[in-house]
Design a protein around this ligand. Structure first.
Ligand code: FES
Length: 157
């Protein structure tokens, strides 16, 4: 996303994003996606500016940020591992993959954030996961361990 229309401060960046979506019907989600792409999360100050610009209350914007799991109110860790927890993947070992991811991501100062996701459209190749947006099939606890360990710069097995 470019912010050439802004002077680089948060308020002017938000204003530029809002301008880009002006005229759209229901622009809030598109604006929040751009805010998150720009800042890596949706800071409180951005919520305030977006609410003001769209003539919404801060509670309304906060509600949308909290409702959609793709939005993050806090800065995210460097990597994001989404693990499918829906039925087809559960049937082929998804629970063990999720358990491994949970255990590994609990490392203090770890660089990987994990999230459950409910079907990635990759059901025949489950258990499925997504690493920084790339869908991976046939996941195993061992593969999860390798990915997380590499991201964390090596960690005890
Ligand atoms: S159930 Fe896991 S990808 Fe569809």
């Amino acid at each position: 996303m470019t912010t050439e229309e802004s002077d680089g401060t948060l308020p002017s960046t938000i204003a530029a994003i809002c301008r880009r979506h002006s005229g759209r019907e229901g622009p809030l989600l598109a604006i929040l996606h751009d805010v998150q792409d720009t800042f890596g999360h949706i800071p409180d100050e951005a919520v305030r500016h977006v609410a003001y610009t769209l003539n919404l209350t801060r509670a309304e914007v906060h509600g949308v940020v909290r409702f959609y799991t793709d939005f993050h109110a806090e800065p995210a860790r460097a990597h994001r591992l989404k693990v499918c927890r829906a039925e087809a993947c559960q049937a082929v070992g998804g629970r063990a993959v999720w358990a491994a991811a949970q255990a590994l991501s609990a490392v203090p100062d770890g660089r990987v954030e994990i999230e459950p996701v409910y079907c990635l459209g990759n059901c025949p190749c489950g258990p499925s996961a997504q690493w920084d947006g790339r869908t991976l099939g046939r996941m195993t606890p061992e593969r999860v361990h390798e990915l997380v360990a590499a991201a964390n710069g090596g960690m005890p097995s």
